[in-house]
Design a protein around this ligand. Structure first.
Ligand code: FAD
Length: 530
């Protein structure tokens, strides 16, 4: 099946690119699962943009660079931040109902909140469910557009490159993608003049993650296998407090619980432990400090979790301030007005990814990328809250603009080989996949989490090597399924994270290792070359 442009992913980055491209060309959007299964629909806080008269681009740039611990590319940071007001305007045109409030002169203006690390109020939002409103507006516009075809239930397996041409021309071009139709089990070859990767992050490589189930690093792994460089994969952001529950592994307990008096307690010693880590700020220390403290208690005492306790506050106060969390926890048998909540830190955001330039171009001709699957230079060693949706909109549009501006230089795709259907046997051992999936997530959590050491990283690397052989063998023999494709990508992502972490001989931003606790004077990207 031949198309003008293929966009892989229907989140904020993918649909922004698709809508901009559809002004002039026909676009196919492929998504695994449903069209709303990415992280975009889950975003809560909002989108950062300089919209207040007292704020400046320079302030936002500075805040972003401080959070990123010097690893950001200033050119990229400026590029994104200066385009933020335009991105918000476009979303308003698409019907996103951002909250408003009366300004000093009594006029209705966008309501701006402030989040950790921001020196000003600059977060536009739709209550506490911004992502869902944005996803719904983008999807509605895409569904209505005559030049956009949306195909859900397609798990992309590998990019189609010069090697898949019927007659190999020696070109290093990307011509599209092989995608599994989840309903029929057949693999389709979709070709196009250009392909945009917008597949989100790799958070599910960790046992605890706030990311949706499909965040298995597929795009990063596909681009790597096709020959693109990836950068700064060791920079994984962790949120300090996620509910510890063996069934519900990704329920966030907002930082506001600590803000309103919640205390962190070691369930074994029954002591408030933040006094040993940051006696001045206690539970209100920055995210990374609190996350490291919790991780340290868990490792030191061999715990599964620590307690977050707000039961000393009046029950009405707790119910009033945290209605959603209170209700959700009650459903799981925890009454937070009377007892502590078991919490662990959880992976929250993938800062690194496929390397792109300001036009969203990867190393491979014909392949663009946008959003959480990329390393654009915006986040550096740590993402500033609410900058990530912004990155999706800016780079989704930048990639589309570059493709359209250079349309005549994109050749028609050649004939390519169909997917090799010789592996017709269905595996009757789903347990192998499940077991491996659980094992990766567990050792990544234990050995490649918040506090790292070279020894732990090497242990993880050893296991990755063994599993890669096992999964490779399995992959070579059985018909592909979404679970198997994801397992392969999860393993590939884990490998890239560990390799990157081993390369960085310093602690910076999100990468903290006991073997190299100092920060070097010069900040350098960790770039892996296939
Ligand atoms: C709980 C939570 C809260 C957050 N809150 C905020 C916030 O307030 N502000 C903020 O800026 N950011 C926030 N983030 C981060 C932000 O939501 C994400 O970084 C952003 O939405 C990523 O968008 P994306 O388009 O790159 O990817 P996603 O929205 O994750 O979309 C990925 C798409 O790719 C598809 N896909 C993946 N693999 C394949 C494959 N193999 N084949 C086909 N399709 C595939 C998926 O189906 C999906 O359609 C939050 C994240 C989480 C998890």
């Amino acid at each position: 099946m031949t198309h003008d442009v293929i966009v892989i992913g229907s989140g904020g980055a993918g649909l922004t690119a698709a809508l901009a491209l559809a002004e002039q060309v026909k676009v196919l959007v492929l998504a695994k699962g449903t069209l709303t299964s990415g992280s975009t629909a889950w975003a809560q806080g909002g989108i950062a943009a300089v919209l207040d008269a007292g704020d400046t681009f320079e302030n936002h740039v500075r805040d972003t660079m401080v959070a990123g611990a010097g690893l950001n590319q200033r050119e990229t940071v400026e590029f994104v931040i200066e385009r933020a007001p335009h991105a918000i305007d476009r979303l308003i045109q698409l019907g996103v109902p951002f909250n408003t409030a009366k300004d000093d002169l009594g006029a209705e203006a966008l309501h701006l909140t402030r989040e950790g690390g921001h020196s000003h109020r600059r977060i536009v939002h739709v209550d506490d469910a911004t992502g869902w409103a944005v996803q719904a507006a983008l999807l509605k516009a895409a569904e209505a557009h005559p030049n956009i075809t949306l195909l859900a239930g397609r798990t992309c397996i590998d990019l189609i490159t010069g090697h898949h041409e019927e007659r190999y021309s020696g070109s290093g071009r990307v011509w599209g993608v092989y995608a599994l139709d989840e309903a029929t089990g057949k693999v389709e070859a979709h070709t196009a003049r250009a392909t945009v990767l917008a597949t989100g992050g790799a958070g599910r490589v960790y046992q605890f993650s706030t990311a949706p189930r499909g965040a298995t690093g597929d795009g990063i792994a596909m681009a790597w296998r096709a020959g693109a460089r990836v950068g700064n994969m060791e920079m994984m952001q962790f949120h300090p407090t996620c509910l510890y529950n063996l069934e519900v592994k990704n329920f966030l307990i907002t930082e506001a619980v600590r803000g309103e008096g919640g205390r962190l307690i070691n369930p074994r010693t029954r002591k408030r432990f933040m006094e040993f880590y940051d006696a001045g700020r206690m539970e209100l220390a920055p995210r990374d400090v609190v996350a490291r403290a919790i991780d340290s208690e868990i490792k030191k005492y061999g715990l599964d979790y620590v307690h977050l306790d707000i039961s000393h506050m009046p029950a009405d106060f707790v119910r009033e301030h945290f209605p959603t969390i209170h209700e959700k926890l009650l459903g799981l048998g925890i009454d937070m007005t009377r007892e502590p909540i078991p919490v662990v830190p959880a992976q929250h955001y993938t800062c690194g990814g496929v390397m792109i330039d300001l036009d969203g171009r990867t190393d491979l001709p014909g392949l663009y990328a946008a959003g959480e699957c990329t390393e654009s230079g915006l986040h550096g060693a740590n993402r500033l809250a609410s900058n990530s949706l912004l990155e999706c909109f800016v780079f989704g549009e930048a990639a589309a603009s570059h493709i359209l501006a250079n349309w005549d230089s994109f050749a028609e795709p050649p004939k390519v080989r169909p997917w090799d259907e010789s592996r017709v046997t269905n595996s009757d051992e789903e347990v192998v996949i499940k077991q491996n999936w659980t094992e990766i997530r567990r050792f990544m959590w234990n050995y490649v989490g918040i506090v790292r050491t070279t020894k732990r990283l090497e242990r993880a690397q050893h296991r990755i090597k063994l599993l890669t052989e096992e999964v490779g063998d399995y992959y070579g023999h059985f018909r592909v399924t979404t679970d198997l494709i994801e397992l392969r990508n999860l393993l590939q992502s884990a490998d890239l994270i560990v390799k990157s972490a081993l390369r960085r001989h310093e602690s910076r931003g999100l990468h903290f290792t006991l073997d190299y606790p100092q920060t070097r004077s010069v900040a350098k990207d960790t770039v892996l070359v296939p």
